[in-house]
Design a protein around this ligand. Sequence first.
Ligand code: G3H
Ligand code: 13P
Ligand code: ZN
Length: 331
Amino acid sequence: MVNYKDLGLVNSRNMFKKAIDGGFAIPGYNFNNMEQIQAIIRACAETDSPVILQVSKGAREYANQTLLRHMACGAVEMARKDLGSNIPIVLHLDHGDSFEICKSCIETGFSSVMIDGSAHSFEDNIALTKKVVEFAHDHDVTVEGELGVLAGIEDEVSHEKSHYTKPEEVEEFVSRTGVDSLAISIGTSHGAYKFKVKPGDPQPKLRLDILEEVKKRIPGFPIVLHGASSVLPEYVDIINQFGGKMDNAVGVPEDEIRKAAASAVCKVNIDSDGRLVMTAIIRKVFAEKPAEFDPRKYLGPARAELIKMISRKNKEVLGSAGHGAEIFAME
Ligand code: G3H
Ligand code: 13P
Ligand code: ZN
């Protein structure tokens, strides 16, 4: 058993408390490799932002679960020793789909897990989530559940249509499972093609009315927004300019994320925006310097751009910048 506290990690409880009181959101950034985790930690340290490092089931398979944990542990040390930063860092399983994967992560140093039972019936989702919560809480690990379905691919589970969260179900779900936070479906989806928008159409909107209804029913309870990348057009343009083909890629306007973060949403999940940044810069380097073959020469600039993007999100969209050390002091 590896206890996350021995790795310098924290669970998400204090972060969420502060985020709710302060009307901001904690970033949940996914990582699969060294450059991504370096960029996340550097940007969050430089902006003094609390951070949730997210590992999906696919990331565990891609990069090796043991290596990822040691990378997270190394990230804590890098933040403290090399960057002189006291930001709180959570290591979180993103979209866990079984009790076994959650248990395995808890036993190997994760401080937070998501059990995504959204593909199951309401009753089965409750039973699965409750089982994970009981095990997790015995180890002081926090748990995120999900009610409602996001369209698109959630790891191997693909849903053609989203089903908005039913506000009338949230109270019962939260009280019967004991979860610490709840992911809801209000119009976002995973990936780079979230909305069908034609030229001249108005900007896509989230169902913030559902969020308000949920908030009324479980006031002060931490709500999580998945699929929250904005699919930043400047990076989609670079990708298309340098040989890529991402037609009609559309994300959630940052203003909608700002509104959600100022309301009950206290964790915002961002993966696709980071992927776009890396792809855009790597494509540009390859096109402009075709003789280059040192990975540091294309991964390095990609990492530098990722740091910029994450810093801006923390400061201008989520409002998490400046809250790191104050939350760490609560631990
Ligand atoms: O939930 C979706 C996240 O972006 C993780 O994606 O399963 O491809 O690692 P992934
Ligand atoms: P995006 O695809 O919008 O980045 O969503 C990521 C996510 O929800 C990870 O769980
Ligand atoms: Zn997600």
